[in-house]
Every structure is written in C-alpha cells, then in structure tokens.
Design a protein around this ligand. Structure first.
Ligand SMILES: Nc1nc2c(ncn2[C@@H]2O[C@H](COP(=O)(O)OP(=O)(O)OP(=O)(O)O)[C@@H](O)[C@H]2O)c(=O)[nH]1
Ligand SMILES: [Mg+2]
Length: 324
C-alpha cells in the first residue's frame, strides 16, 4: 500500500518558527516514533536538513538559528514509512513568512498560493511568544492570523470545500511553546479558537489539531545557548498521515460496500449468478483484497492514534478523540 503524496502547506508569518520546526521535525522523525519514520526522497536534501539541524544543536549564540528565508520557495519531499516500508509520501514547502503580507503579483506569493490550492493538509504556525498573556487585538497583527484566515478562505475553503464526510485536516502548531508554557493550557487553546474561529464552526468539516511544540524547554530563558531537546515536533506529521489514512479507509469501506451490495443482488438470482460467474469470482476476490487493505490501514491508524491521545482535536468545532 503506497498512498498518493500529501501536499502540505505551512502558513506562518516571518519569525513564526517554520524553518526551525521543519528541522526539528525531520531530526526526530528520522529516528522515528512507534516504528514510523520519515526520510527525504532525495538523500542529499536529507543530509542538508540534518547538517542544518546539527548546527542548531552544536553552535551557541544566535548563529545557531536558521537565517530568515529568502524569496525562493524550498520544496521538500519525504517518504513516511512503517518498518522501512513507505506507506505515504509527504511534500512540504518552506518560504519567507513575509510572503503572507505581500501582494499577489510577487512570484513567490503566486507559487505559494498555487501550492496552497492543491494542498491536502495545512499547518498553521503560531508563535508562543505572542501568547504569553491573554490575547488582545494586537495579537492578531503580530501573528497575522487574519491574513492566514484569508488565505484559508480563498484557497482552501473555496477550492476544496471540506465536508463532514470529507474533512480537511489543519494542525495549528504553537511553536516556541516554551515561551507560554507558564499559562494554563486550556486558556491558550481557547485563545487559539478565538483567533481561528471559522475553523471551529459546526458542520464546517475542518478537522483541527491544536499542538504545542518547542525545540527545548530551556530556550525560553536562553534561546541562543539553551539545550535543544525537541518536544512534540513529530505530532503534526503523525496527524497529517493519520487523517489521510482515515479518509482513505472511509473511501475503501464505501467501495467495498458498493461491490458487496451488487454481489448480493447477483447471488440472489440463480440464472444471473450462472451468467455472471466470472464477475462474481472477480468481485469476491476484490472484496477480500479491500478487506485486507482496510485491516492494514486500521492497524497503522491505531498505532498513530496512540501518539495523538495527548493533543486536542476538533471536528467541526466539537472536541473528538482519535480512534480507528
Ligand atoms: N524560544 C524558542 N525560540 C525559538 C524556537 N524555535 C525558533 N525560535 C526562534 O525563532 C526564530 C525564528 O525562527 P525561524 O524558524 O527562522 O522562523 P521562520 O518562520 O522560518 O521565519 P521566515 O523564514 O522569516 O519566514 C529563531 O531564530 C529563534 O530565535 C523554540 O522552539 N523556542
Ligand atoms: Mg524560515
């Protein structure tokens, strides 16, 4: 089983921590969780990511951090595997967060919006540095949440029309959570829900995960010298794959039910059963194949769901627990 690549866009203003997150996520996912690993399709690109990560760990001082992205979009393609067997491709882009505030006639803005319109999953990066206290109207300006909401409206909501049956996965990643972890977690979640209200409305079809991440607890006091020990950086990727498997599983079940209904119809009529002997055999085989695939999907989903127990998940605004 190898599913189509999930195109994912990370939206977040400059300094939100997109590049740092990407490096931390890849480093953790290379080692893996529960036997799931991520590896760059292009080995040189993988090496480049790891070198930049090692610089972050080894260097002290502000030079350890990645430079702000330039006006060129970087593309990353990964394989998400279980026991080294690829089950899902994943594509991500990294870009200058300032593009979110630029006019659409800029070339990188056009490339970004084109990619966004084709994306099957969205990561929203919100920096914990702007959530240290209760949000104010100023927070919207700092995080650029209104701009992010506009991008979602224009390029996802209009183009892809999420529904209850076919929900659209969005991970709201609170980066640099070390800077706001003194606050009550539920209060921070309520603030996030206020900033992105439309994603939490009834019957809207958004499947939203709110996920705090940090590259290290010590960074809140000393970002340039504190120890780098990533927390939760794997969860958004686990969520992206989990939601894709969930949708694929539902589609497979529907297909099996349709074939099975037709088969029952034919089997109930003796003459038809005889006339369509080959079709009956083929369809029975097909059902067995789909059943096998569904059980593999469900096993994988269960393993991924175990990882997601600790985060808050909402479907059309109602809190849900992940399962199979
Ligand atoms: N406290 C803390 N600071 C962090 C963490 N991750 C990143 N930072 C800080 O945030 C700064 C910006 O991070 P980047 O990853 O460059 O942000 P970006 O979203 O890629 O920015 P652009 O490339 O300009 O769009 C870094 O230089 C660090 O100083 C973290 O986990 N904790
Ligand atoms: Mg960057």
């Amino acid at each position: 089983m190898q599913l189509k690549d999930i195109k994912t866009t990370i939206l977040g203003t400059t300094g939100a921590g997109k590049t740092s997150y990407l490096l931390g996520m890849y480093a953790v996912m290379q080692t893996g969780v529960q036997g799931f690993t991520l590896s760059a399709k292009d080995m040189d690109m993988g090496l480049d990511l790891i070198e930049r990560w090692e610089q972050l760990i080894a260097l002290k001082g502000e030079d350890r951090w990645p430079s702000p992205n330039a006006a060129m979009i970087e593309h990353y393609a990964f394989d998400f595997s279980y026991g080294f067997r690829p089950i899902q491709g994943l594509e991500l882009i990294d870009y200058r967060g300032l593009a979110l505030s630029d006019r659409t006639n800029n070339q990188d803005v056009q490339e970004l919006t084109g990619y966004l319109a084709e994306s099957k999953c969205l990561f929203l990066c919100v920096s914990g540095e702007h959530l240290t206290d209760k949000i104010t109207p100023n927070t919207v300006r700092e995080i650029k949440s209104d701009r992010m909401n506009q991008f979602i409206q224009q390029y996802i909501s209009n183009e892809q029309k999420p529904t209850k049956e076919n929900p659209f996965p969005v991970a709201i990643i609170i980066t640099k959570y070390d800077l706001c972890h003194h606050r009550d977690k539920q209060e921070v979640i309520e603030d996030i829900k206020k900033l992105f209200q439309a994603l939490f409305t009834p019957d809207s079809g958004w499947l939203v995960m709110i996920c705090p991440v940090s590259l290290g607890k010590e960074l809140c006091n000393d970002p340039d010298n504190g120890n780098i020990i990533p927390v939760n950086t794997h969860l958004p990727i686990v969520f992206a794959v989990y939601s894709q498997l969930r949708t694929y599983g539902i589609n497979q079940k529907n297909e099996r039910d349709t074939i099975s209904k037709n088969l029952d119809k034919v089997n109930n009529q003796n003459l038809m059963k005889w006339l369509k002997g080959k079709e009956v055999k083929d369809n029975s085989l097909k059902i067995r194949e789909i059943d096998q695939e569904i059980s593999t999907i469900e096993e994988n989903m269960q393993l991924l769901a175990n990882e997601l127990q600790q985060v808050s998940l909402f479907l059309s605004g109602s809190e849900v627990t992940v399962g199979v």
